[in-house]
Write a protein that binds this ligand. Structure first.
Ligand code: ADP
Ligand code: ADP
Length: 229
């Protein structure tokens, strides 16, 4: 008997890399895009902060580096990502937020997933002027329980400095203070910005203006992801 059901196509996979300096809005957009595409957001910053909070060996190793705004060694990050992407929830895709951040990491990732997948990846380079980055980072507040992010002016919590979800006291990340921010921006310029050229020729690369309201940025990202831009 001929099966008259329409062909069931597997959903297209959504695999995204977010480039862009600290404060560009990667985390904000990655979370929205993950919910939209029903794939996990894989944030290396969140994973490392969880390890610190849990007091694991990894956490003890990376804590002092993160606090002063230095990047964590490539091998550690490549190992973490390799293990995370084996998760069942990553089968239909994932949104990488904060990885890769160096050429070594990008090459490690390419070895992990192969050249074909690298070609299929959507890479968003979110651009924001430096003065705005400083304003966003100095005003960013964070829930140590659920890792939600707020901003004192742009996205304040409903109740004064308490997490909308957890009710926990919001705090400023140690690395969002001035000295560490300067180091993070320098690390970005030196080690992460070269990835723009690396991915431009290798993936579906898009430069996105992040200096707009979050909704406008998100609309553009979804248009691109749907192949409408
Ligand atoms: P990143 O992950 O790139 O460091 P975040 O998503 O954490 O950036 O955003 C940095 C800060 O700026 C947060 O406090 C966030 O609430 C705020 N923010 C994010 N996107 C925008 C935007 N489009 N306009 C204004 N503020 C934003
Ligand atoms: P941001 O919101 O500023 O982009 P993240 O939360 O992504 O910051 O990262 C915070 C810190 O975690 C970085 O400054 C670095 O110390 C460490 N880190 C996160 N991802 C990586 C990575 N891919 N390679 C090296 N260090 C990383």
């Amino acid at each position: 008997m001929v099966d008259a059901r329409p062909e069931v196509r597997p959903a297209p996979r959504l695999r995204v890399i977010f480039l862009g300096p600290p404060g560009a809005g990667k985390g904000t957009q990655a979370a929205r895009l993950a919910a939209w595409g029903k794939v996990p957001r894989v944030s290396t910053g969140d994973m490392l902060r969880e390890a610190i909070a849990a007091g694991t060996d990894l956490g003890r190793q990376v804590g002092p580096l993160m606090e002063k705004g230095s990047l964590v060694p490539d091998e550690l990050l490549i190992g973490i990502i390799q293990e995370r992407l084996l998760g069942k929830d990553c089968r239909n895709g994932y949104i990488l937020d904060g990885f890769p951040r160096t050429l070594r990491q990008a090459q490690g990732f390419e070895t992990m997933v192969g050249g074909d997948l690298t070609e299929e990846m959507l890479v968003f380079d979110v651009e924001v002027p430096r003065s705005e980055l400083l304003r966003r980072l100095s005003g960013r507040r964070w829930c140590p329980t659920c890792q939600s992010t707020y901003h004192v002016d742009n996205k304040p919590p409903r109740a004064d400095m308490l997490c909308d979800r957890e009710g926990a006291q919001l705090i400023q990340r140690e690395d969002d203070k001035e000295v560490a921010v300067a180091r993070r921006l320098a690390e970005y310029d030196e080690r992460t910005a070269p990835l723009i050229d690396y991915y431009r020729g290798r993936s579906r690369f898009f430069r996105v203006n992040g200096y707009r309201p979050p909704d406008a940025v998100f609309q553009e990202l979804t248009r691109i992801a749907e192949g409408r831009a």
